[in-house]
Ligand binder design. Structure first.
Ligand code: C2E
Ligand code: MG
Ligand code: MG
Ligand code: MG
Length: 287
């Protein structure tokens, strides 16, 4: 299907709508080959303040530009390597590519931030901090404060002591943190207090259904309360429509990310998107 649409189209293979997902999953060897042949690419999705229109930064999302199958979504290859050493090498590639992009943008006059998803094997890797430090040193044009690391709430809980320590060490470099898919784990007060993240990303499942499910609004509300209590910036994922954005603004969630704002895009399109965002913004934005 993806092949017919040509490799330059950004049509993602969507595993949720494919019965034969199992047959589509890439093997470890294929993924290793893709890394060696440099077939991975990063796409970037804007995160914005939905009240003022300010662009907060971009989330880097990996895709595989497969020579035959087209552009593949991470669900087809990230879960397989989650517990495999290969995920460390892929994770290093992602970090390096994100920093390279930040340097390129900075040279072009765009000063922004990028957040990078960190898998649980990376989090548990005792050498992660040292390699991150070295990687930052190879990109002296990039300020470490331009980099945010997204860790899954569920991933952080696997070894919370180690993760807290890692966060503290990475913070000394200037790197910031977001807790991803928040609300899908234990979301406990004590864990949230210990995990020193700047941002809490409210999982898209709550946002998606909030328009017709009052319980989901209540969940989002309580996450906003938690964020306020602990001084964290809440950001809603999966803002698919203007209606979602308006409802979120109503309950005091100003920051968001989702198809209703912008889809993830190749880096080459980011400049055009920013220019267009300055010219005409969705009408829920008041700024
Ligand atoms: P995530 O970090 O929670 O990223 C958000 C996912 O939701 C992305 O899917 C994004 O394209 C999608 N999305 C954004 N806005 C909307 C919306 O309005 N509606 C809907 N339905 N979806 C939206 P994607 O790119 O397929 O990534 C899926 C997951 O794969 C990510 O979830 C993240 O956990 C993982 N992932 C992506 N890139 C990387 C990476 O470089 N490293 C690691 N370890 N994991 C990654
Ligand atoms: Mg993420
Ligand atoms: Mg998420
Ligand atoms: Mg997710």
């Amino acid at each position: 299907r993806a092949k017919l649409e040509g490799k330059n189209r950004f049509h993602l293979f969507d595993p949720e709508h494919d019965q034969s997902l199992r047959g589509q999953l890439a093997s470890i060897e294929e993924i290793r080959g893709a890394l060696a042949r440099r077939e991975f690419v990063l796409h970037f999705q804007p995160k914005v303040n939905m009240r003022s229109g300010t662009v907060l930064g971009f989330e880097a999302l990996i895709r595989w530009q497969h020579p035959e199958r087209g552009l593949l979504a991470p669900a087809l290859f990230i879960p397989q390597i989650e517990a495999h050493p290969l995920s460390i090498a892929v994770g290093d590639w992602v970090l390096d590519a994100a920093l390279t992009q930040l340097a390129g943008w900075r040279a072009a006059g765009l000063h922004t931030t990028v957040s990078v998803n960190i898998g649980s094997a990376q989090l548990q890797d005792p050498d992660f901090f040292n390699r991150l430090q070295k990687l930052l040193a190879t990109h002296p044009q990039v300020d470490a404060a331009q980099l945010q690391l997204e860790i899954l709430e569920t991933g952080a809980l696997e070894d919370i002591r180690h993760v807290c320590e890692l966060i503290a060490r990475c913070r000394t470099l200037g790197v910031s943190f977001a807790l991803d898919d928040f609300g899908t784990g234990y979301s406990s007060l004590t864990y949230l207090k210990r995990l020193d993240a700047d941002t809490i990303k409210i999982d898209q499942s709550f946002v998606r259904d909030m328009l017709d499910d009052a319980e989901h609004v209540a969940i989002i509300d309580s996450i906003l309360g938690l964020a306020r209590t602990f001084g964290r910036q809440p950001l809603a994922e999966g803002v698919e429509t203007a209606e979602h954005a308006r409802r979120l603004l109503d309950i005091g969630c100003d920051c968001g990310q989702g198809y209703g704002i912008a889809r993830p895009m190749a880096a080459a399109y980011v400049g055009d998107w920013l220019a267009q965002w300055q010219r005409s913004r969705p009408d829920f934005i008041q700024g």
